[in-house]
Design a protein around this ligand. Structure first.
Ligand code: S3P
Length: 172
């Protein structure tokens, strides 16, 4: 079984995934990192040189590949929900957990970061609000939800581990 973490940028998928994988003694994989490694380019470079459509195709191929594997904790990129086939593939491979946070918390967490091509420029809060509005129904449709706004890393990790343990007890 795999465990897949989904959610908007800045909701903690990578940090939580690393922690949960250590606790469950599973292998952690971050989809953005893997794509960067395989392309030999940063995500921002891929967007700039090849465009978003090309990146989404890489994401789609990788989702299919990882969903066929086993024993992984997967941190997805925030846009993984844009293609519903990604979620159905991951759901078949184990529990999918959606991390969320308020726009203000997301802004605080990513304000100082510059590597995200979809949130470039000065108007970060506006970018967050408009992307969140478009994607909210896609994130909300995921059965396991954890609002990370007021929780510590330990608290979020414990909740994710509990979802995984429960899925282990009741295999689909
Ligand atoms: C994206 C989120 C990013 C990365 C890319 C696009 C998105 O991942 O995949 O910049 O569309 O939300 P993180 O959620 O890890 O920042």
């Amino acid at each position: 079984m795999n465990l897949t973490l989904v959610g908007f940028m800045g909701t903690g998928k990578t940090r939580v995934g690393v922690r949960v994988a250590a606790e469950l003694k599973m292998t952690f994989l971050d989809m953005d990192d893997l794509i960067e490694e395989r392309q030999g380019k940063k995500i921002s470079g891929i967007f700039a040189e090849r465009g978003e459509r090309f990146f989404r195709n890489l994401e789609r191929d990788l989702a299919q590949e990882l969903a066929r594997r086993d024993g992984l904790v997967i941190a997805t990129g925030g846009g993984i929900v844009l293609d519903p086939r990604n979620l159905s593939d991951f759901e078949r491979s184990g529990p999918v957990v959606c991390l969320s946070a308020t726009p203000e918390a997301i802004f605080r967490r990513i304000a100082a970061q510059t590597h995200r091509p979809l949130l470039q420029g000065g108007e970060k809060m506006r970018g967050i609000l408009s992307l969140l509005e478009k994607r909210k129904p896609l994130y909300d449709a995921i059965p396991h939800q954890i609002d990370t706004t007021a929780l510590s890393l330990d608290q979020v990790a414990a909740k994710v581990v509990a979802v995984y343990r429960e899925a282990e007890r009741r295999p689909a």
